[in-house]
Design a protein around this ligand. Structure first.
Ligand SMILES: [Zn+2]
Ligand SMILES: [Zn+2]
Length: 283
């Protein structure tokens, strides 16, 4: 079966440029930023550019697009001003997705910065409730990315995601994304075949495989359980080819889009090498 495969793709020169680049590289699933991911403010999307994006996408072979939100957003910030800023920025990101016709906004749940995990998860759920309330008719999911658990970052345990889903008013608005480098660093051993099986079974029991809508396919520069987030080229890190073979050949997951976030240059030729390796693993 032809899987939905691709990479995080540059929008330099406008969002529509990502479609052109992805087509050139033969991707059929991509992730983009809809604005500068290291800034709070963003110019509204240019309507011509939006039209171009939509029409190029429609004519393309791209079956899946997800937007990754800004790295500045922390939906459980302890500082009131930051929390307010984060909530507004998150709503703005959902609006941009809606304008672009993109159905998923991928985000990291947040860092509790000393407030404790339990309170952090409650504040995240509250932030999501506010956002979903303000975007009621949107067909855009808030896609929680599993994290490595660096510092006080939440989302490194399946239970964290389950708790957020339990606490929100509109659980149908929530989906999940497994970043392979993150969950490996968080201690989920997807490298070993037997352990991998347990990890997926556990995900299904705790979160539900129906919530899983995307994979970030990255090898890890850091060891199992290191709680450090460093992406590596496929096969060159601690997850190794065995780990990716487990995922690529898992019949339950063939329909889930798989997107690289590995190191790359401007032309993204490294992505082609990584995708070739992934494809070569399918039996
Ligand atoms: Zn991410
Ligand atoms: Zn990721």
């Amino acid at each position: 079966m032809n899987q939905l495969l691709g990479a995080h793709t540059s929008t330099a020169g406008g969002v529509s440029k990502a479609i052109l680049l992805a087509e050139k590289l033969g991707f059929n699933a991509i992730q983009i930023f809809s604005k500068n991911n290291n800034r709070w403010d963003a110019k509204p999307l240019d309507l011509n550019e939006v039209e171009k994006f939509k029409s190029l996408w429609e004519k393309s072979n791209i079956g899946f697009i997800v937007v990754h939100d800004s790295y500045l957003i922390n939906l459980c910030a302890a500082n009131k001003t930051n929390l307010e800023k984060s909530r507004n920025a998150f709503i703005n990101e959902l609006e941009r997705c809606n304008t672009l016709g993109v159905k998923h906004l991928n985000f990291h749940p947040g860092a509790h910065v000393g407030q404790g995990e339990s309170d952090g998860l409650k504040i995240i759920a509250e932030s999501l409730n506010i956002a979903h309330d303000k975007t009621k008719n949107f067909n855009v999911s808030s896609m929680i990315e599993l994290t490595a658990g660096q510092g006080t970052n939440l989302g490194y345990k399946f239970e964290h995601i389950a708790k957020i889903i339990e606490l929100v008013d509109s659980p149908e608005r929530i989906t999940a994304c497994i970043d392979t480098a993150h969950i490996f660093a968080a201690g989920y051993n997807i490298k070993n075949e037997t352990e991998y099986e347990k990890v997926i079974t556990e995900f299904d029991l705790i979160i539900g495989l129906d919530k899983l809508q995307c994979f970030h396919i990255n090898d890890s520069k850091k060891e199992l359980g290191s709680r450090v987030d460093r992406h590596e080229h496929i096969g060159q890190g601690y997850i190794g080819l065995e780990g990716f073979s487990n995922i690529m050949n898992d019949k339950r997951l063939t329909h889930i889009p798989k997107i690289l976030e590995t190191p790359k240059g401007k032309e993204q030729l490294e992505d082609l090498e990584n995708l070739d390796i992934l494809k070569s693993l399918t039996r």
